[in-house]
Design a binder for this molecule. Structure first.
Ligand SMILES: Nc1ncnc2c1ncn2[C@@H]1O[C@H](COP(=O)(O)OP(=O)(O)OP(=O)(O)O)[C@@H](O)[C@H]1O
Length: 90
């Protein structure tokens, strides 16, 4: 905004490297790549193991959430209850 008010742009400053838009698809952020590098096989096994452990109320909540995910209806869920009753576990 300061530059615009003075009718300038970053390209007026030759020492500042300008991002080439053509490079954008190949741009990778190591932190994001690492975070998205899930071990899907391990997660699938953990999910299956934990699913078997759910108590009835947790299973009900899980089913409602998965129904929403499966139907792409953009559901929004808020779990509330006493500390230690298994909200995070779900
Ligand atoms: N179905 C379950 N089978 C085995 N362990 C469970 C189950 N549900 C919860 N737990 C365990 O009980 C403990 C408390 O659960 P959790 O942390 O999910 O509670 P919380 O409701 O999220 O608590 P807080 O509100 O304090 O964060 C955890 O150690 C969790 O692994």
């Amino acid at each position: 905004m300061l530059l615009q008010e003075n009718e300038q742009s970053l390209t007026d400053f030759k020492s500042i490297p300008i991002q080439n838009a053509a490079d954008m698809p190949t741009f990778t952020n190591k932190l994001i790549v690492d975070e998205l590098n899930y071990n899907k096989d391990e997660l699938e096994k953990t999910h299956a193991d934990m699913l078997l452990m759910l108590i009835d109320e947790q299973r009900y909540v899980h089913e409602k959430i998965m129904e929403s995910v499966g139907s792409n209806d953009d559901g929004f869920f808020f779990l509330y209850g006493y500390s230690g009753i298994g909200k995070t576990f779900i």
